[in-house]
Write a protein that binds this ligand. Structure first.
Ligand SMILES: C[S@@+](CC[C@H](N)C(=O)[O-])C[C@H]1O[C@@H](n2cnc3c(N)ncnc32)[C@H](O)[C@@H]1O
Length: 261
């Protein structure tokens, strides 16, 4: 699994972003469900997702039974798309660095692949801590760490480095995962931090994920590698997958914090 940017070579439609976000959410589903149970989100009345994108995670949060689920994002276009889904989420435009809500307004604040994109992730985490009630929960469900990426066979190793460089050029922090503990601590949150396990099962519908990953990878690496080399690596990747040799593992961290009180 890997995570890709929103700022690469060509712009995607909100529908295309939605397809991509849904694929990402598929990789982290098991961990999220565990985190929701551990955090007691089933009892929460008001939950905020910060950096909600097209609403994949915010929509899922409504199934847990909260009376009020709010999704916040900077991007008006993706919010308009999310709103059209009619999923019962209240979508709000705003900045994670300055959440437009009073102190203690929510029982829980959740984010998923957000902190790596923030100019000041400590401030983002502080804001989430501020808007949850004392004893409320802040969940960073998934933040990748490209510094620990494993690619096999060796021919595919450069993909990880190029991907990380591309993220950095776009202002993201590709090694956000390892920083989650210090960020939550700096935000005054008592946190449990962990990483998701990886698994490789080539027989379990590799095609959809393979195509989605390569569509985004080609978009992201268009300025870094000639198209011909990208095509070659794609076919090496496909063959390795078919042979059962392919390993692609990006350590993906989570953090579950309680606000003081
Ligand atoms: C990788 S997407 C993840 C979307 C969603 N959480 C999901 O997993 O499907 C990151 C989202 O964060 C939003 N974002 C980035 N910086 C932000 C900021 N400062 N405040 C609010 N949203 C922001 C982007 O617009 C984008 O929709």
């Amino acid at each position: 699994m890997s995570v890709f940017s929103r700022e690469g070579g060509s712009s995607l439609t909100p529908e295309e972003w939605h397809t991509w976000y849904a694929a990402q959410a598929g990789w982290t589903r098991q961990t999220r469900q565990w985190l929701y149970r551990e955090a007691g989100l089933g009892q929460a009345r008001a939950v905020l997702e910060v950096g909600c994108g097209s609403g994949v995670i915010a929509g899922e949060l409504t199934w847990l039974g909260a009376a009020c689920v709010v999704g916040l994002d900077l991007d008006r276009n993706i919010l308009a798309f999310a709103h059209r889904q009619g999923d019962g989420v209240a979508y709000v435009q705003g900045d994670a660095h300055e959440l437009p809500f009073p102190d203690g307004a929510f029982d829980a604040a959740v984010c998923h692949y957000l902190l790596l994109w923030l100019a000041d992730p400590v401030r983002g985490a502080r804001e989430m801590a501020r808007i949850v009630r004392p004893g409320g929960c802040v969940l960073a469900c998934a933040e990748p760490d490209y510094g620990g990426r494993v690619d096999h066979p060796p021919e595919l190793v450069p993909l990880g480095r190029l991907q990380a460089e591309s993220l950095r050029r776009q202002g993201a922090e590709p090694e956000m995962g390892r920083r989650l503990g210090e960020i939550f601590a700096a935000a005054g949150l008592r946190a449990t931090v962990g990483t998701m396990a990886g698994y490789w099962n080539p027989s379990a519908s590799p095609n959809a994920d393979f195509e989605a990953e390569w569509a985004m990878r080609e978009r992201d690496l268009a300025g870094s590698l000639p198209a011909q080399e990208l095509r070659r690596l794609r076919s090496v990747d496909r063959q390795a997958l078919a042979d059962g040799r392919r390993v692609l593992f990006v350590p993906t961290f989570y953090a579950m914090g309680r606000s003081g009180g």
